[in-house]
Design a protein around this ligand. Structure first.
Ligand SMILES: [Zn+2]
Length: 258
């Protein structure tokens, strides 16, 4: 399974963020996965993390053109509450079109940094609120900022999730605590159609580079500690400054107010 994940689909003038892809690039990527607007092959999947409003304006028309269905992993507390993110009515419309609305946690805190009470809030509250609003079961969750560990997966199992999606491209699917743990590739600003084609074909060079990058990132993370590493990453990736506080740790490690 090749699982491709996006964050923002925005025209180039507003696309500074590492994970912001232009509508033209998105269309070119889709053309690789579903040539000539054929359906997505069964071994490919597309998802969106966070719930950025650009999904509705720029990704939806292109998905519909090739009848591709995506999964939207949403940060539930941001929906209808934060400018630039989808509304509940847009998400209901997407669900009615056959797209799946699933959880990306409640407030985007890093789950391994949560105590039991916070973890409960992040996992159960997001699932409950999405199910109430959309009227469909939530059984999947993607890990905010790709941070996870065995305890988080066990808590996901307790909260009733069947599948956990990470940000580790090329990772072998596995089952932990009865939950499927599946990797995904995060589409980046500079990814061309050829890059996506190479990843779809799982070319050894692309996978090797990926593993090396992951190893280097883990070493740096170990040296700096996760919080300092994340702040450095935010600057390097061009993440919009107004979202920094919400994208990771708050000063006292608690979830941002909902
Ligand atoms: Zn996220």
């Amino acid at each position: 399974m090749f699982h491709l994940t996006y964050h923002q689909i925005r025209p180039s003038e507003s696309a500074r963020y590492l994970y912001s892809v232009t509508p033209e690039q998105f269309a070119a990527h889709l053309e690789v996965l579903a040539p000539a607007a054929a359906r997505l092959p069964p071994d490919a999947a597309i998802s969106f993390d966070d719930g950025d409003a650009s999904i509705f304006d720029y990704a939806l028309p292109r998905l519909e053109a090739c009848r591709a269905k995506a999964t939207l992993f949403i940060t539930a507390a941001w929906i209808g509450a934060r400018a630039g993110f989808l509304s509940w009515s847009q998400l209901s419309a997407l669900a009615d079109l056959g797209h799946s609305v699933q959880s990306h946690g409640w407030s985007h805190v890093f789950l391994p940094a949560c105590d039991r009470k916070q973890l409960h809030e992040e996992l159960r509250r997001s699932k409950q609120v999405i199910e109430d609003r959309i009227g469909r079961e939530v059984s999947e969750i993607s890990m905010p900022a790709g941070r996870w560990n065995g305890s988080v997966v066990a808590a996901c199992a307790e909260a009733g999730y069947a599948r956990v999606f990470t940000s580790e491209a090329g990772a072998q699917p596995r089952v932990l605590a009865g939950v499927e743990v599946l990797g995904r590739y995060m589409a980046r600003r500079h990814d061309t159609a050829a890059d996506i084609a190479a990843r779809l074909a799982a070319k050894p060079a692309a996978l090797g580079r990926q593993r090396l990058r992951r190893l280097a990132a883990r070493s740096l993370q170990a040296v700096l500690g996760d919080e300092r590493y994340h702040r450095l990453w935010l600057r390097w990736s061009g993440a919009p400054p107004e979202t920094e506080a919400e994208l990771g740790y708050t000063p006292d490690g608690s979830p941002p107010p909902s």
